[in-house]
Design a protein around this ligand. Structure first.
Ligand SMILES: N[C@@H](CCC(=O)N[C@@H](CS)C(=O)NCC(=O)O)C(=O)O
Length: 208
């Protein structure tokens, strides 16, 4: 089934989806929309927004729905209902953190960045690390031995926070190790090397 992922030429909400597809070696058209093209494309989108994954004739929007769709198709959803629920819960927790990050990035970067790094982030990461240790003490993936869609989201979330603050993970060694391990997965590593040459912005306003 031909896949086309439409998004802007930034990492943003599409990057965990790209990472999942790349890691699973699923071919896709990585369609990057320019600001000029957007005015024409926006009215055609179900909610007037991207990312949008076109899978054959099926149009899927909402980044969480896209990730969960791919998780079901590629076996990245846990081994049973308990694991799937845990993975979803972990993902929603990551989404909450990302919303706080995005509020600061888009709404209060100049005045809010330092307070976000110092006051908000450590507690958020500590909570995530505690949850991450639920399965096998966090030695592998979110739900234990096998990767899930939430691992791609977690990796990207940690990665962008390291861009924001290179010492961001110093207080959460288990998450730091996960980030290092995940970056070494061969397909991810090759993608990160290729991406580094282009270095696309993390966010739409160029702040990161
Ligand atoms: N809940 C949606 C949010 C999508 C969203 O906010 N997309 C932004 C880019 S990150 C967008 O399309 N902005 C352009 C616009 O709204 O015109 C999701 O998770 O996919």
């Amino acid at each position: 089934m031909a896949l086309k992922l439409s998004y802007f030429d930034i990492r943003g909400l599409a990057e965990p989806i790209r990472l999942l597809l790349v890691d699973k070696q699923v071919a896709f058209d990585d369609h990057r929309i320019s600001r000029d093209q957007w005015a024409e494309i926006k009215p055609k989108m179900i909610f007037g927004q991207v990312p949008c994954l076109l899978s054959g004739d099926e149009e899927i929007v909402q980044s969480g729905a896209i990730l969960r769709h791919l998780a079901r198709v590629h076996g990245l959803n846990g081994n049973n209902e308990t694991e799937t629920t845990f993975i979803d819960m972990f993902f929603e927790g990551l989404r909450d953190l990302h919303n706080k990050y995005a509020q600061m990035i888009y709404g209060n970067y100049e005045n809010g960045k330092e307070a976000y790094i110092k006051d908000t982030l450590p507690g958020e990461l500590a909570r995530l690390e505690k949850l991450f240790r639920t399965y096998k003490n966090g030695e592998h993936y979110v739900a234990g031995d096998k990767e899930s869609y939430a691992d791609y989201v977690l990796f990207e979330e940690l990665d962008i926070h390291l861009i924001l603050s290179p010492t961001a993970l110093d207080g959460t060694p288990i998450l730091k190790k996960f980030h290092e391990r995940f970056a070494e997965r061969p397909n991810i590593k090759a993608y990160l090397n290729k991406r580094a040459a282009v270095n696309p912005p993390v966010n739409g306003n160029g702040k990161q």
